[in-house]
Design a protein around this ligand. Structure first.
Ligand code: HEC
Ligand code: HEC
Length: 334
């Protein structure tokens, strides 16, 4: 039996339930918005049955332990996220780097799938590297990036800052078994073009897809306080130098393919592979700081095919080693 009284109770109940549903929906959206880790989790769930099913997912930063070790890990994360604030030209601890943050290239503090993350550092280091011809610990590898990618100076390996960054990097990779490379760590592999990478095509693509943030002269955009960048530089005096990992065209192309323009992921890239190679060629053809690393490549025959700085063990020119085509170089090695 429905009386006017029952009806109004029902109306109130329906209104209440609708309100609760709306509030739940809004807070759900908010949580996703402020907590990217949850989104990362979802990406994994979507990928069931795919070859990348066992994609490595970084531990949740909320699970960093408490106590002294936790404090050190958190400081390490802070240094990787806001490097310039502590160690840049206006750094509060030391002034040893160019104003970029590690996170500018190691996205989400080195946790983004195929975002040049630190997933396999703890499991694979100490590691023999042909560039130095020696077994390198994590400290040496971090200092390589300070000297090259941040065009600066290395840290004392016993300093509080180095200990903290190493503790964080080890914590990020703690779930990857020793000796194994995690799926989704590092960069996304793309295939070589059959032709030379084209700086002219790259320039017009750059103007269409990159200038809005990185600027027409690749200079980036400083934050209002001048400490670090809203958009980091891609060439010029404040960029990485000619000894950096990104100065090898394949690293640069792999990095932008899965990560740029901002918002791209390996699952939803915003550039195709050809565009990535051509844009990389254009950016790497522009001027940048030059530094000589005399002890690099004690065995020149171990240089990767796209190593842009001679001398080489083969007869191919420096231009071909920088821009390709790379397949003939590869074939000559077999
Ligand atoms: C301009 C971009 C850039 C910046 C800034 C940068 N790196 Fe790197 N880093 C790279 C690239 C590219 C590689 C991979 C190079 C390669 O594979 O040859 C790399 C590799 C590494 C590795 C080894 C990863 C592995 O899986 O072997 C570590 C560790 C590292 N960087 C730490 C740091 C730290 C710490 C900072 C800040 C002090 C930093 N990087 C800043 C570009 C950068
Ligand atoms: C919407 C803005 C935006 C666009 C468009 C964009 N980027 Fe970026 N880019 C960024 C931001 C922000 C970072 C630093 C990411 C961070 O710190 O989390 C970055 C970082 C980079 C880096 C590594 C750091 C460095 O300065 O060397 C490279 C290389 C790069 N972008 C290249 C490109 C290229 C090439 C394009 C065009 C295809 C592009 N980006 C388009 C915002 C953008």
């Amino acid at each position: 039996m429905s009386s006017p009284f029952n009806n109004s109770i029902r109306t109130i109940r329906i209104t209440l339930i609708s309100c609760i549903v709306v509030i739940l929906l809004i807070s759900g959206a908010l949580i996703l918005f402020i907590n990217p880790e949850i989104i990362t989790q979802e990406i994994k769930d979507d990928r069931k049955g795919d070859a990348l099913d066992n994609l490595w997912i970084a531990p949740d930063s909320l699970s960093i332990p408490s106590g002294e070790l936790g404090k050190q890990i958190r400081y390490g994360k802070e240094l990787i996220t806001h490097t310039a604030q502590y160690l840049g030209p206006k750094g509060s601890v030391l002034q040893i780097s160019n104003g970029m943050n590690c996170q500018n290239c190691h996205l989400y503090a080195g946790t983004k799938p195929f975002g040049n993350n630190y997933g396999s550092v703890a499991s694979l280091y100490p590691k023999f590297r042909a560039r130095s011809g020696s077994l390198e610990g994590i400290e040496k590898r971090v200092n390589d990036c300070f000297e090259r990618s941040l065009n600066g100076m290395g840290l004392d390996s016993l300093s509080k800052e180095m200990r903290a960054m190493v503790a964080y990097i080890k914590w990020v990779g703690k779930d990857v078994p020793k000796g194994k490379k995690a799926i989704g760590s590092g960069l996304y592999d793309i295939v070589y073009l059959d032709r030379q990478c084209d700086t002219v095509k790259g320039k017009s693509l750059f103007q269409a897809k990159c200038v809005t943030c990185h600027g027409a002269n690749g200079e980036g955009l400083k934050r209002f306080d001048g400490i670090d960048y809203v958009y980091p530089p891609l060439w010029g005096e404040n960029s990485f130098n000619n000894g950096a990992g990104l100065f090898c065209i394949s690293n640069f192309a792999k990095y932008i393919f899965a990560n740029m323009p901002q918002g791209a992921t390996y699952e939803k890239p915003l550039l195709n592979q050809e565009e990535s190679w051509d844009i990389a060629a254009y950016v790497l053809s522009m001027p940048r700081p030059e530094k000589l690393f005399v002890s690099d490549w004690p065995k020149i025959e171990t240089k990767p095919v796209d190593h842009p700085n001679g001398p080489y063990a083969d007869k191919f020119s420096e231009t071909q080693h920088k821009y390709g085509p790379f397949k003939p170089i590869l074939e000559s090695q077999n």
